[in-house]
Ligand binder design. Sequence first.
Ligand code: IMP
Length: 424
Amino acid sequence: MADTAVLGVQWGDEGKGKIVDFLAKDADWVVRFQGGTNAGHTVLVKGKKHILHLIPSGIIHGGKKCIIGNGVVVDPPELLKEMDTLRKEGIEVEGRLFVSERAHVIMPYHKKLDALSEKLKGSKQIGTTLRGIGPAYSDKMARGGIRMQDLLRPQRLREKLEEALKVKNLLIGEFFGEEGYDLEGLYQEVLSWSKGLKVYICNTHSLIRRLVDSGASILFEGAQGAMLDIDHGTYPYVTSSSTTVGGVFTGAGVPPSTVDRIIGISKAYTTRVGGGPFPTELDGEEGQMLRERGGEYGATTGRPRRCGWLDLVALRYAAWIDGLTEVAITKLDVLDAMDRIKVCVAYDIEGERTQEMPGDLELFSKAKPVYETFPGWRGKVRGVTGWQDLPSQAKEYLEYLEEFLGVPIGMVSTGPDREETIVR
Ligand code: IMP
């Protein structure tokens, strides 16, 4: 298999876990390159549900090996918990998982600061997952972060924690009026994580380079989606990492020439969790139908997702930035219940029609969707495994998407199970 990147092209939750799991059978290695425990990848295999937050979904496949790249922010206790759950399910992790020594660590104070700063924002909350993602990436960029390699160097760890706590305790204690952290207590806590993790932490740059040189096939597994990208998304209602294709190269430490297949994952409709504008959002019965039929509740936080029609303006923007070579459409079966299906093909912003994604959030929040309407197919898609077996209305819908995006649809998911997939 060509080296492939699988990227979300909406606001996350596109069903990447299932597609990665499906493609993993043809790959030797699966690599995560950004994000952290804010992600929740659900994989259903023969009726058994696995939810992964940090470890690439490829781990579910016996024999595959996985890397957590330098661009990921790692919450060690959560990683240890995830490993434990997998072991209890009979899935061995040791010797199959490699964690970059350059990856940054999410510390307890990052999670606390995430919650405190959300509270401070009041009605302007981002609606984060409260997993400490923003504060951890902020420290990385400000060059004050703790890295996985520091867990293996007690003296250095202590010094770095001491430095970090000077500022964090001032902020948490003096500004927010909450209890700060005791250096010795925190140091011992962090050291206790390293016992379970030291065999996994390594120089993944050298490892990946060897893999690429040897011709191993690698799957790069994205988290979140293009519209949550720190640069290209709906800032500030975004996550703090590069969720688009550039993140693969910086977050795994590979040159662009490594990736020759770039698959964008999009649901057949749109969802979003947290705050921020969402032009095609449906407040009424149709939105509720999508939520219930699609099981649109967060895998990480359990929050109900906001639901709406497919936004092709946003999708085409993402497809261009990511340089998609193909699209995979997920959850097409969820539309089985709909009498009619709409897709947004332009925005009306202050009386002007545009197909461009505005960079100014104030303008984007004024965007009114211009729709194209398609007839529904009422109940004939769930479980279909061949393109030719799709109802003609569904084919017409998908062919319209392809033409609009200028990118072929390579896969269609017609149900949650691994088998319920069309490969074209
Ligand atoms: P953070 O990544 O926890 O800082 O959250 C920032 C924004 O990204 C919030 O709107 C979250 O709901 C959203 N977000 C983060 N991770 C995911 C995800 O895996 N799926 C969907 N939305 C996400």
